[in-house]
Design a protein around this ligand. Structure first.
Ligand code: TNX
Length: 541
């Protein structure tokens, strides 16, 4: 080929590559414009300038550029930067929304403007998606202007580390997944019948006893690794590890909401401290099987010792986590143990409570008082809304739209986490050979098509009460981290777009195109597994 023709051909090719990059962003931005002009070139020793509030995010961006493209960059505070920086992270008050960012790439400079850490992190994620996932000497970013902000204020992912316990390194990796997808909240399910997974100073037996179970279901996992057999199973995160994880998330604009699940789901607690239960003989131990657990007592008894326990425990949790909200659980509390207990019945009478449901409410009201003493607000599963709680309380609705409407009418803000389609312990296929899961079919397309503000809520004029949504990852059937990855990907990516992008911008076919172009290469880059057959398994009409 003639030299000049080759040159023109290469130039055209580079243009199309740039154009492609711009329309592959996930979640799809509010507005993306391609600008005339040359792409911005980044090479080693490129300068990243930053305003004070983005100091840590500049360091984060440096690490990412190094890992992703092999670019060694220099970070400089904007006050000290002498020449024009290649990338500039700028604080700007003219940005109208908290998590909004504006990214401009032109005239040899990429400027990202935001007014919060979360905003700048979101902009950085978009920039990283525009860069190649390989080591290169010169990285090009197309001339463009991207204007972007999320549809919902609350965009969460949950992880149950109780049913199965995952190392600190994986929790951080999971937080990286959230960051990439522009989520802003990590809901950390830390206690349940099967274990207590956070170090406690006030009640040490929660760890020495409550963090461990004798065995777990054996033979359930047909695709389990050969080593799969547990005798003593468990563990917990130390306070130092928890602090490290909180700091890691904070740099990435992610708030961690810890969940201490009461007054049901408390088998681990009452194994460690039988005196807190209605049955102090307590012969069962920390649960090693799953389910609502009606067979074995798992509720707290309403006694002075229990309320003292709750006050100390929730204070300790409140002191450790900067989140303004603490999750108190409140779900699936079996009433039969309270019905059978004479002292509990006496308590119900003395306090003029109507029944056991009112007692459950009483527990949540007490804990909300303890949290208020520490300036924290309550978030809990929708069962909590029976109580006299102030309207700063957030209701996490795992049931149907009617429950969300009820909560909104009571004045509460609501987060939508309906089992169908936001429980990722459900199957992604109907293939009988698929890895073991529960509760039926919940494929990618159904997840993608779900709108967290369903028509019934819109019609009632309650859309404003919906703060956002969250997918829940219950890990009864996810014993190893590759299984978690397999269950969450690509469904997590679909949720991220539903929570970020406007409904008018959503389109499943286009989502699949962008998923394949941008996000599946990321799963590979992370060395994560994912469910590959998603196109074979459509939503049921
Ligand atoms: C219900 S919904 C639970 C969890 C289980 C899950 C399994 C809710 C708040 N609690 O304890 O892990 O179902 O799908």
């Amino acid at each position: 080929m003639h030299k000049q023709t080759l040159f023109v051909f290469l130039l055209l090719l580079s243009k199309t590559i740039n154009a492609q990059q711009l329309n592959t962003i996930v979640p799809v931005p509010v507005k993306t414009e391609q600008l005339n002009g040359q792409p911005v070139k980044l090479t080693t020793n490129a300068v990243i300038s930053f305003d004070d509030i983005f100091t840590q995010q500049a360091a984060y961006l440096q690490q990412q550029l190094q890992q992703q493209c092999g670019l060694q960059t220099i970070a400089q505070n904007r006050k000290d930067a002498k020449s024009k920086a290649s990338i500039s992270l700028q604080f700007s008050n003219s940005i109208s929304k908290d998590e909004m960012y504006v990214l401009e790439s032109q005239q040899q400079q990429i400027i990202i403007k935001a007014k919060t850490v979360r905003g700048i992190v979101n902009g950085i994620q978009t920039l990283l998606q525009l860069l190649p996932l390989k080591q290169t000497a010169v990285v090009e970013v197309p001339a463009c202007r991207i204007f972007d902000y999320p549809r919902f204020a609350y965009r969460g992912m949950h992880l149950d580390v109780v049913r199965h316990f995952f190392p600190v390194s994986y929790v951080k990796k999971y937080i990286d997944y959230l960051t990439f997808h522009k989520f802003n909240t990590f809901h950390w399910h830390l206690t349940d019948d099967q274990g207590w997974r956070i170090e406690m100073l006030s009640y040490p037996k929660l760890n020495s006893v409550g963090s461990w179970r004798d065995s777990t279901l054996i033979g359930h996992f047909k695709d389990a690794p050969a080593r799969y057999e547990h005798k003593r199973y468990g563990g917990y995160y130390t306070r130092a590890e928890v602090k490290e994880i909180i700091a890691y998330a904070a740099v990435r604009g992610i708030t961690i909401i810890p969940e201490i699940d009461i007054p049901g789901h408390s088998r681990a607690t009452i194994t460690a401290y039988p005196e807190l239960s209605t049955d102090p003989t307590n012969k069962w131990g920390v649960a090693a099987t799953w389910g609502m657990y009606n067979r074995v007592n798992n509720v707290l008894a309403p006694t002075p010792a229990t309320f003292e326990f709750l006050r100390k425990v929730f204070h300790e949790i409140a002191d450790l986590f900067p989140s303004p909200y603490i999750h108190v659980g409140g779900d699936e509390c079996s009433k039969m143990w309270w019905k059978q207990s004479a002292t509990t019945q006496q308590f119900i009478k003395q306090n003029k409570l109507k029944d056991e449901v009112a007692l459950q409410t009483y527990f949540i009201e007490q804990v909300s008082k303890y949290l208020k003493e520490k300036n924290k607000k309550v978030i809990g599963w929708h069962e909590i809304m029976e109580g006299k709680l102030d309207t700063s309380t957030i209701v996490m609705n795992w049931a149907n739209d009617a429950k969300a409407i009820e909560a909104a009418n009571k004045g509460f803000n609501v987060i939508m986490t309906p089992g169908k389609p936001y429980y990722f312990d459900h199957y992604q296929s109907k293939d009988p050979k698929d890895s073991l899961a529960i509760h039926g079919y919940n494929p990618l397309e159904a997840v993608y098509n779900y709108d967290p503000v369903p028509a019934s809520i819109k019609q009632k004029g309650l859309a404003d009460k919906i703060l956002g949504g969250q997918a829940n990852v219950w890990t009864e059937y996810m014993e190893w981290t590759t299984k978690v990855d397999y269950m969450v990907f690509p469904r997590m990516t679909a949720v991220s777009e539903s929570l970020w992008s406007m409904p008018s911008q959503k389109n499943y076919t286009d989502f699949l195109r962008r998923l394949k172009a941008t996000v599946i290469p990321r799963y590979q880059y992370w060395n994560s597994s994912w469910f590959k057959d998603f196109e074979k398994w459509p939503a049921e009409k």
